[in-house]
Design a protein around this ligand. Structure first.
Ligand code: XBP
Ligand code: MG
Length: 228
């Protein structure tokens, strides 16, 4: 039976990547770097999960060895946090309802993301509130792992925190990298393609829906819980 729902953050809970991109660009401007990440370039760079890793790869590609990626990334997180204000971002359709429905059925909630921990708190603060986040049984972020998605490490931590096996959970993801991570552990997945992942390969997903308000599939999975 379904006992927990594990959510990815960026692209799945909310369309946050444009705010990330703008925060990166503001950081570069402030640091006096000539870098500007347009949408096409950012789409390609998103294949590198983790903002710091993304900066390192780009610095490498452009032959900018002197750049302190860790320092730039800390500043980027501050700027992103400041950009993330009420009205600047919304949770995607259906997300809040799934969270509240799950809680009311005794299904546990977890977060498994590549992004930095402060960004998760800021997103909830700016949208549904920190009270809902405090109901989560497990929150695992980029800081908690050595290897980011598509490595399954973050989802392995979620399962450990939940004390559950893969088949008792469902993962909500928006990217191929995320699906690969979840499926490496055999966790059932619902994929909701996002702006930047629309062209990803979703063949690994058990269910693909345009967004989490789609009535078919996982809603039935949740509804079936009452009877089973
Ligand atoms: C998507 C990512 C993140 C963000 C940037 O994470 O790859 O790296 O783009 O966040 P998710 P940081 O697993 O939530 O979809 O700069 O904080 O790394
Ligand atoms: Mg994502």
């Amino acid at each position: 039976a379904l006992r927990a729902v594990i959510f990815d953050v960026d692209g799945t809970l909310a369309e946050t990547e444009e705010l990330h991109r703008l925060a990166f660009n503001r950081t570069f401007e402030e640091a006096g770097l000539p870098w500007v990440w347009g949408r096409e370039l950012y789409g390609r760079l998103l294949k590198v999960t983790g903002g710091r890793e993304r900066l390192e790869v780009y610095a490498d590609e452009t032959g900018s060895e002197a750049v302190d990626a860790a320092k730039l990334h800390r500043r980027k997180t501050e700027i992103y946090g400041a950009f993330m204000t009420r009205g600047n971002v919304d949770l995607r359709p259906g997300i809040e309802r799934i969270m509240r429905d799950s809680l009311s059925r005794g299904i546990k909630l977890a977060i498994a993301t590549t992004t930095s921990r402060p960004n998760v708190y800021r997103l909830f603060e700016a949208t549904v509130g920190l009270d809902l986040l405090s109901e989560f049984h497990s929150i695992r972020t980029g800081e908690d792992v050595t290897h980011k998605k598509p490595d399954p490490e973050v989802f392995a931590l979620s399962l450990k925190d939940l004390g559950m096996s893969a088949d008792e959970c469902v993962v909500f993801e928006d990217s191929e990298n995320g699906l690969r991570a979840a499926k490496a552990l055999g966790i059932p997945t619902v994929a909701t393609p996002s702006i930047y992942t629309a062209c990803d390969d979703f063949s690994l997903a058990d269910v693909v829906v345009p967004h989490s308000d789609e009535p078919f599939s996982y809603r039935r999975m949740l509804a079936d819980e009452g009877g089973s």
